[in-house]
Design a protein around this ligand. Structure first.
Ligand code: NAD
Ligand code: UD1
Length: 350
């Protein structure tokens, strides 16, 4: 719904910044709460410039007692009540979740619980939640439909599943509550302007930001984790989707949540699988560059191949991915080239 005020937790992060652009284009009015543990105020400032809009940005932690209540209560008192919450704040590194599980249960589970309490106290009853395809675990059948059994293989995935379960239980108990859980597949790329994008603080864990850092000369080669999988070229297959398509999915999920109480989980993916080597080759072809490769052993815990069945997103939300792998590669490279160190040190281009 155009003109609705939406609290966006984690709005200064990678997916958050792109989602702000899509929301503003649809006339939705975001209000960002972020503790900047992995996001940056610069991302929000750039979105403001890109969209010629003003975005209220509050530095705060969803776990800190009273913070979310105060934000929601103040908006209501000012005559501009928050209609829905888009909950992206959380930690997302699988390896770190294995090494430090309590950090993940604290931020992802306790953080979400604190947010839900604050929403109940202030009468905000609509939520869209960032979940992950990682909740499915090892595929028993492909593509993954939302009915696939849920068996996440690491603490990160289990925190996402726990929040899904909390939301399901809350919707069952409180008739007026509505929650849409979005199970993202592999978002990559950047806004086509090259002004916002993914800005990992450490060595990237994920494939695409690693490729772009090799391309820009920050790393000498890409490690290919396993070339002996039962896939066409032996490398792992994933469902990569353009981050701007993912962003648009949130706009439509918010509209849906507003109109429909109850719980629903929806995949956001393209339905197409792409291997590591196929993605590298597309990147090289589209951007006319070379990515040196080194084959390494399989990464522990990796799944051989996975992709989404996106049919429910189409029928329920009216959402379909529109951009292909070539656009993901071109847009991701534009961002990395213009901002070799992400938001860290680079002033925005004029
Ligand atoms: P990100 O780290 O770039 O963004 C998360 C944002 O949340 C950051 O700006 C961070 O500072 C903020 N944050 C973290 N904890 C907070 C807290 N306690 N209070 C306030 N702000 C807090 O990550 P992203 O890639 O944009 O992911 C957003 C969400 O989507 C996460 O919940 C993540 O688990 C989920 N997700 C991401 C992917 C992916 O591939 N990027 C895939 C599946 C799911
Ligand atoms: C990882 C997480 C998943 C999370 C997702 C998106 C694991 C086990 N899973 O998924 O929970 O939801 O990120 O944030 O970490 N690859 C390389 N070289 C690299 C990096 C990756 O070859 O340097 C390969 C991987 O082996 C895999 C593919 O590229 O086959 C994609 O990896 P990645 O981008 O990390 O995403 P996922 O493994 O799908």
């Amino acid at each position: 719904m155009a003109d609705m005020r939406v609290l966006v937790t984690g709005g200064a992060g990678y997916i958050g910044a792109h989602t702000l652009v899509a929301m503003l284009a649809a006339g939705q009015r975001p209000l960002v709460l972020d503790n900047f543990s992995n996001g940056s105020a610069e991302a929000v400032r750039r979105v403001e410039r890109l969209c010629s809009a003003s975005i209220p940005l509050i530095e705060g932690d969803i776990r800190q007692p009273g913070v979310v209540q105060a934000v929601l209560a103040q908006a209501a008192a000012g005559g501009d009540p928050v209609r829905a919450v888009l909950h992206l704040a959380g930690c997302k590194a699988v390896g770190e979740s294995v090494a430090d599980p309590l950090k993940y249960y604290d931020n992802n589970v306790a953080g979400s619980l604190a947010l839900l309490h604050a929403m109940r106290e202030t009468g905000v009853a609509r939520l869209v939640f960032s979940s992950s395809a990682t909740v499915y675990g090892e595929p028993q059948s492909l593509p993954f439909t939302e009915a696939h059994p849920l068996a996440p293989a690491n603490p990160y995935g289990r925190t996402k599943l726990m929040v899904e379960q909390m939301l399901r239980d809350l919707c069952a108990a409180q008739a007026g509550f509505g929650a849409v859980t979005l199970r993202y597949f592999n978002p990559i790329g950047a806004h086509p302007s090259g002004q916002i994008g993914e800005s990992p603080r450490d060595v990237p864990n994920n494939l695409f930001p690693f490729i772009t850092q090799v391309a820009v000369g920050r790393r000498p080669f890409l490690n290919v984790f396993g070339d002996d999988y039962a896939t066409a070229d032996g490398t792992g297959v994933r469902d990569y989707l353009h981050v701007m398509d993912l962003a648009q999915g949130h706009v439509q999920a918010l509209d849906y949540a507003l109109a429909h109480p109850g719980f629903v989980a929806v995949n956001l993916g393209t339905g197409q699988g792409t291997s590591v080597l196929e993605l590298v080759q597309a990147f090289e072809r589209v951007n006319q560059c070379r990515i040196p490769l080194r084959t390494q052993p399989r990464r522990p815990g990796d799944i051989e191949r996975m992709w989404a069945d996106p049919a429910l997103a189409a029928s329920l939300l009216g959402w379909r991915s529109r951009r292909g792998v070539d656009a993901m590669c071109a847009d991701g490279w534009r961002w990395q080239q213009g901002n070799p160190r992400g938001y860290e040190t680079d002033p925005p281009a004029a």
